[in-house]
Structures are given as structure tokens and as C-alpha cells.
Design a binder for this molecule. Structure first.
Ligand SMILES: [Cu+2]
Length: 145
């Protein structure tokens, strides 16, 4: 029994490993167009962190009002700051770069396995942000909505 338990521990060790650190670059341009987060979609586990790297100057990252799970903390980095934050609550997080929000500089983070019904876009998104979210959802959140 003890051997079995030990074996189980060894086999599942990778899954019990420390929370993962993901990296997102903030850029002026990439193949998807101007002012992107790269990647602009991440599916992560509760407890994971994301490091936002200002590869180009003039960017920062913050939560979008009414586009984070109930009870989740808002955050806002400083311009040009290398910023890391942890996501503990399951749900959908809409993030933006405030200086380029109206140009559609947004990304979507899926933490855990929230239901698709919980993915509700705020109705006051700038047009370009709404467009990019819809593209992200079409590409990464395969559902018929
Ligand atoms: Cu930006």
C-alpha cells in the first residue's frame, strides 16, 4: 500500500508541481496587427501567474471593469513596468492596456474551467476592443454563442 502511494506520488508529481508562470509580451506590432498582447489568450490554472513584459515602450496592463470574476481583485501595472500577478479565482478575465484600449489592445485569460455562460463582455467596450475580443473568442473559445 505504501509502495503504491509512493508510486502514485511520483507519477503525479508533474501535476502537483508549483504554480506555473506564463509570459505575455506587450508589443507595438506583430502578425495580428498593431498594439497586441502576445499571446492575447491564455488558459491557465488557478494559482498560476502571468508576467507581462513590456517588450516595446509605452504599455501597461490592467483589469477591465466588470470583466473579472466576482470577488477577484483588480490590478493595474505602471507604464513600462515588468509586472507579474497571480490569478487565484476561477473565471474569465478581460485585460487591457489603458493607453491603447481604444485601439483594441486587450487580452482574455481563462482561469480554471469556468462555464461559457460566465463569459459576458461588458457593453461599454471600445469598438476595437470588442472586435478583438470577438476574434479571440472565435479563435480560442470554440462555442456557438
Ligand atoms: Cu499598449
Amino acid at each position: 500500500m505504501r509502495t503504491l502511494l509512493l508510486l502514485a506520488c511520483v507519477l503525479f508529481m508533474p501535476y502537483l508541481a508549483a504554480d506555473t508562470l506564463h509570459e505575455v509580451k506587450m508589443l507595438n506590432m506583430n502578425a495580428t496587427g498593431p498594439m497586441p498582447f502576445e499571446p492575447d489568450f491564455l488558459a491557465i490554472n488557478p494559482g498560476d501567474s502571468i508576467r507581462f513584459i513590456p517588450e516595446h515602450r509605452g504599455h501597461n496592463v490592467g483589469t477591465i471593469k466588470n470583466f473579472i470574476p466576482e470577488g477577484a481583485a483588480t490590478f493595474m501595472s505602471k507604464i513600462d513596468e515588468d509586472f507579474t500577478t497571480q490569478f487565484t479565482l476561477e473565471g474569465w478575465y478581460g485585460l487591457r492596456c489603458p493607453p491603447h484600449y481604444t485601439m483594441g489592445m486587450v487580452m482574455l485569460v481563462k482561469v480554471g474551467n469556468p462555464s461559457i455562460d460566465q463569459l459576458v463582455l461588458p457593453d461599454d467596450l471600445p469598438a476595437a476592443a470588442l472586435e478583438r475580443f470577438n476574434t479571440i473568442i472565435d479563435q480560442h473559445v470554440a462555442v456557438t454563442r
